[in-house]
Design a protein around this ligand. Structure first.
Ligand SMILES: Nc1ncnc2c1ncn2[C@@H]1O[C@H](COP(=O)(O)OP(=O)(O)O)[C@@H](O)[C@H]1O
Ligand SMILES: [Mg+2]
Length: 256
């Protein structure tokens, strides 16, 4: 088995409601399937939705973790993670957005470095707003997964943001065109989208991944890809997610 440790993957976008959180939880599900230990951190510190989405009891949050590290009360990593499944641990976002505002960039870096060696993969699910948490997440990640949709405003904003990110000369951005977050026909072609964002599209989540009764599954707090009864319309979609997960780990091995 390939040996990777603490690869940080940040899921981001220029627009809200484009499927980042659903994709990030599914990606965690894929790594669970691949028997990789994964830590999913909700970096949307103002109104993070993972704990709500997955019906986690919010005992401790990223704010408690930050506060305890700051005040030397931090002892055991496990005290702050929610064990969702054998391989998936989750650190929920703050209970109160005012707490989120208190967490600084250094605190976020300390949190990631404290947990890095205990996991194969750390997934950071960010808010689309350029908050401190989002910017630091982008900065410290090994791979940035940039979710775009065929919305022109989203694409234009993405083009500007990609220009800024590419200035860092890190070459670690993968663009994902999400055609699955709503059941509408795409207006723009793949060619149009590429020319607006001036970037390649690395992966496409097809419209067949749209789940009509998604609210039922969200009510139950299920990670979609882990729920066999649900599956997508066809197994190819599940296989595609697994392929994306594997290539993300493969990238890491190529670099080392
Ligand atoms: N695969 C999907 N099938 C059906 N609806 C989806 C899918 N992915 C996302 N959505 C819809 O989009 C909404 C926003 O998704 P979410 O992941 O919370 O976006 P973001 O994190 O980017 O704000 C979801 O509540 C759901 O209604
Ligand atoms: Mg979200």
């Amino acid at each position: 088995m390939k040996n990777i440790k603490g690869k940080v993957i940040t899921v981001t976008s220029s627009k809200g409601g484009v499927g980042k959180t659903i994709f990030a939880t599914n990606l965690a599900g894929v790594f669970d399937y691949l028997k990789k230990k994964v830590l999913l951190i909700d970096m949307d510190l103002s109104c993070g939705g993972i704990s709500v989405l997955l019906n986690l009891e919010k005992s401790k949050t990223i704010y408690n973790l930050y506060d305890d590290i700051l005040n030397n009360r931090f002892k055991d990593l496990n005290d702050y993670v929610y064990h969702y499944s054998d391989n998936i641990d989750i650190i929920p976002s703050c209970k109160d957005p005012r707490q989120g505002n208190k967490i600084d960039g250094k605190g976020i870096e300390q949190i990631i470095s404290a947990y890095k060696s205990n996991y194969d993969v750390i997934i950071l699910d960010t808010a689309h707003v350029p908050s401190v948490a989002s910017l630091v997440s982008l900065d410290i990640s090994d791979t940035i997964l940039y979710i775009v949709t065929d919305n022109m405003q989203d694409l234009k904003n993405t083009a500007s943001m990609l220009t800024i990110l590419k200035d860092r000369k890190k070459d670690n951005i993968k663009v994902i065109l999400n055609n699955s977050y709503r059941n509408e026909k795409n207006y723009f072609s793949r060619f149009d989208i590429k020319s607006v964002i001036k970037n390649n599209i690395d992966y496409i989540l097809p419209n067949s991944m749209f789940i009509p009764n998604i609210n039922k599954y969200l009510m139950d707090g299920k990670i979609l890809v882990l729920n066999n009864k649900l599956s997508f319309k066809n197994n190819n979609d599940r296989d595609l997610l697994i392929k994306i997960g594997m290539s993300l780990i493969g990238d890491d091995n190529d670099e080392k």
